[in-house]
Design a protein around this ligand. Structure first.
Ligand code: BDR
Ligand code: CA
Length: 323
């Protein structure tokens, strides 16, 4: 099994990311970051998810409360006041580890070769770990993030939420020299969960699948109310699914950098698409990369196309396999 650390801010879709990762990957630890909710809430949510799936042995480490420079922006309109409203869960009996998430990441990456970092929240903890000890980059196989977009944003016209919250951290990660696999909203918008999938979760009828149904029930309602969109995107689950089964996502190499200063574009992932001649992102997916890069060499692999049916099979099998 691939060794991973999952850095997240649960979050309805982060909860799905945890459930997939805990079943199919060797999760050395879960680290939390303020994002969808406060650090206190998202950390408690991570523990609750692990308790639902009886995986309390996976250690959880709390990280930064928010970005190092700017104030934290949270997303209660999509995730509720707790960051994971909907399912009514008891207070977790498992406890957070005492070590800070950043120290855990540094220590664990140094001790393990070929480790994958999966980040489904703002990138503050990952950037901090690189700042603290850049040597970790030698052992990082890849950093698979949910964040950014090859096309348009969701939090602003230009920026996706996770990058918008801490663009400086994202800039550090994209410019670190590590391979960044970017699961942006251009991809995750193809992962649309509606009442049909909700019903499938109910029919599977395991503790995990009922939890999943309660999560998406709330998430579908909040998405309709706040974005006037029917169907919820399981953004973060896509990033984990990509690591579990790379066949599920088609991607292309690309140079991606982060806009830090634009009045309208702060937090935008600026994607150099120019080598993909003859196609527009999100429109014609039958492009052939020419590979004559016109700007900088690619630092990232941008996810473009999701095998949604394959994703659903993986998810439903996973929920069935939990009790
Ligand atoms: C991202 O923002 C959060 O609200 C979700 O959990 C996901 O990580 C989508 O833009
Ligand atoms: Ca998230």
């Amino acid at each position: 099994m691939k060794k991973v650390i999952l850095d997240c801010d649960p979050g309805h879709d982060d909860a799905f990311a945890i459930m997939l990762a805990a079943k199919h990957l060797d999760v050395l630890g879960i680290t939390t970051i303020g994002g969808n909710g406060t650090l206190e809430n998202v950390s408690s949510n991570a523990l609750k998810v692990l308790e639902v799936i009886d995986r309390g042995e996976i250690p959880v480490y709390a990280g930064h409360e928010g970005p190092l420079v700017n104030p934290l922006v949270t997303a209660p309109q999509f995730h509720g006041e707790t960051g994971m409203d909907g399912p009514i869960l008891p207070e977790p009996t498992i406890k957070l580890q005492e070590q800070h998430a950043v120290d855990f990441i540094v220590e664990t990456v140094l001790a393990n070769k070929e480790i994958t970092l999966i980040a489904t929240g703002p990138l503050t903890n990952i950037a901090s770990a690189i700042n603290k000890n850049p040597q970790i980059l030698e052992n990082i196989k890849e950093i698979c993030i949910m964040g950014g977009s090859v096309t348009f944003g969701n939090w602003t016209p230009a920026a996706e939420f996770n990058i918008y919250v801490d663009p400086e951290a994202a800039s550090k990660v994209f410019n670190s020299g590590a391979l960044v696999k970017m699961t942006g909203v251009n991809l995750t918008r193809q992962c649309i969960i509606t009442e049909k999938e909700l019903k499938d979760f109910q029919d599977i009828n395991t503790k995990a699948s009922i939890f999943a149904a309660e999560l998406v029930d709330y998430f579908i309602g909040a998405t309709l109310k706040s974005a006037n969109v029917h169907g919820a995107n399981l953004h973060d689950a896509c990033a984990v699914a990509w690591i579990i089964n790379p066949e599920l996502i088609k991607s292309v190499p690309m140079h991606i950098d982060i806009e830090l200063h634009g009045e309208l574009t702060r937090g935008m992932t600026v994607c150099d698409y120019r080598h993909l001649r003859g196609s527009e992102p999100g429109v014609d997916l039958t492009r052939t990369p020419t590979m004559d890069y016109r700007g900088k060499e690619p630092n990232a692999e941008a996810a473009l196309e999701l095998d949604f049916e394959g994703f659903l099979d993986l998810l439903n099998d996973t929920l069935r396999d939990y009790n």
